[in-house]
Design a protein around this ligand. Structure first.
Ligand SMILES: CC(=O)SCCNC(=O)CCNC(=O)[C@H](O)C(C)(C)COP(=O)(O)OP(=O)(O)OC[C@H]1O[C@@H](n2cnc3c(N)ncnc32)[C@H](O)[C@@H]1OP(=O)(O)O
Ligand SMILES: O=C([O-])CC(=O)C(=O)O
Length: 373
């Protein structure tokens, strides 16, 4: 192999600048457009944070009113998309369903291939409004239930509960969900966002970039971990079983989902806030057993490996207690991350360079094609 330094997985490589968010490993901190994410989670609605991520500033009351009116008016999806989802095999993974539906929305977008900043902002807002509708339709389909139309009198998170379950839970539950949306919204050059930027760098369109990003998020080393966390906790069953379960999993050299992070090595900036939301959910649902299992699992794994939970660890069981089925967890992540992805797509477009790294060849030496074969 050539004598070149390899940056496997692009670890530690700074690829470009961004003004959208800042992740600081040393201080475990995360800011969106300069605001600490914990402060946003404590003081803002998800709609305000979405506006901030796209526009660089929190909205004024008038700006928020206009934005939420647009969002509420845009929620209904084309009946052809409902038919498309209902026609897919019932065992299709919800991330495959979502990827297919988003790609379809792109193909029938009335604004076609228009790709200037204004057209892309409109597309981003439409996806923001419609992805929850897609996720709710698919959730109900898995349970043999018909879709429920969006309710424009409800905010983003309350409407999602309404479309999924036909009712809106107590406001504390809706708030825990809203907090999870704020925390999941944006995280610099993570794998799915970088995927979106790579696609955008070829001057491809926003829907192609988002569709590719959904594919990247699906994997269990990234967004798919929130589902895998819940599957593991269900397999372990009770706090008493944690030690033996971890003995076996680590003997088999399994990765423990919901722990570890490429950037944060001393804990994820978002976990304390989401952990509190999970604890609130456990109190509301009187889920002492799940909370005990969660705590025991975390303490045991951290003491063995010194590897800390990431955001997917508390959000998986929190979504479970809110009543969502496990397969919906990563699609729910998409409902939030669509804001970050599309902000990065627009940022990449505004200052583009084709993303095309180099590779060091380590295959067969050059040779001739044999005449006889
Ligand atoms: C929202 C998000 O996307 S957050 C991330 C969600 N993903 C997960 O929770 C999946 C589980 N975690 C992991 O697989 C990893 O921690 C990743 C992929 C997130 C980060 O990986 P990297 O930065 O590449 O770290 P890397 O995989 O090199 O790990 C370093 C060491 O810690 C170990 N390690 C890291 N995470 C874990 C884990 N969750 N379970 C067991 N061991 C782990 C690795 O095996 C490796 O050990 P080694 O040096 O003995 O080989
Ligand atoms: O930043 C990462 O690599 C993964 C992550 O936590 C996220 O995308 O939220």
């Amino acid at each position: 192999m050539e004598d070149t330094e390899i940056h496997k997985g692009l670890a530690g490589v700074v690829v470009d600048t961004t003004a959208i968010s800042k992740v600081v490993q040393e201080t475990n901190s995360l800011t969106y457009r300069g605001y600490p994410v914990q402060e946003l989670a404590a003081n803002c609605s998800f709609e305000e944070v979405a506006y901030l991520i796209w526009n660089g500033e929190l909205p004024t009351a008038d700006q928020l009113k206009e934005f939420t009116e647009r969002e509420r008016a845009d929620r209904q999806v084309d009946p052809k998309i409902v038919d498309l989802i209902l026609g897919l095999p019932t065992d299709s993974h919800p991330m495959q369903v979502l990827r297919t539906a988003i790609s379809y929305i792109g193909a029938v977008d009335p604004d076609g291939e228009a790709a200037g900043p204004e057209a892309n902002q409109k597309k981003a807002e439409r996806l923001f409004a419609q992805i929850p509708t897609l996720v709710a339709i698919d959730h109900r389909r898995r349970h043999g239930l018909d879709p429920i139309a969006p309710d424009p009198s409800l905010g983003f998170s309350a409407n999602f509960f309404h479309m999924t379950f036909g009712e809106v839970p107590e406001k504390e539950v809706v708030r825990c969900f809203d907090v999870s949306m704020i925390l999941y919204a944006e995280h610099s050059f993570n794998a799915s966002t970088f995927t979106a930027r790579v696609v955008t760098s070829t001057l491809s369109d926003l829907y192609s970039a988002v569709t590719a990003a959904v594919g990247a998020l699906k994997g269990p080393l990234h967004g798919g971990a929130n589902e895998a966390v819940m599957a593991a906790l269900e397999e372990v069953g009770t706090a008493d079983n944690v030690g033996a379960w971890l003995d076996d999993a680590l003997a088999e050299k399994k990765k423990i989902m919901g722990f570890g992070h490429r950037v944060y090595k001393h804990g994820d900036s978002r976990v304390p806030t989401m952990r509190k939301a999970f604890e609130d959910m456990a109190a509301i649902k009187k889920a002492d057993d799940l909370l005990a299992l969660y705590n025991t699992f975390e303490e045991d794994f951290v003491s063995r490996k010194g590897i800390y939970p990431n955001l997917d660890y508390p959000s998986g069981p929190a979504y479970h207690l809110m009543g969502f089925d496990t397969q919906a967890f990563t699609p729910i992540f998409v409902m939030s991350r669509i804001t970050g992805w599309t902000a990065h797509i627009m940022e990449q477009q505004a200052s583009n360079a084709l993303i095309r790294p180099l590779s060091a060849y380590d295959g067969a030496a050059q040779r001739e094609v044999p005449a006889e074969r």
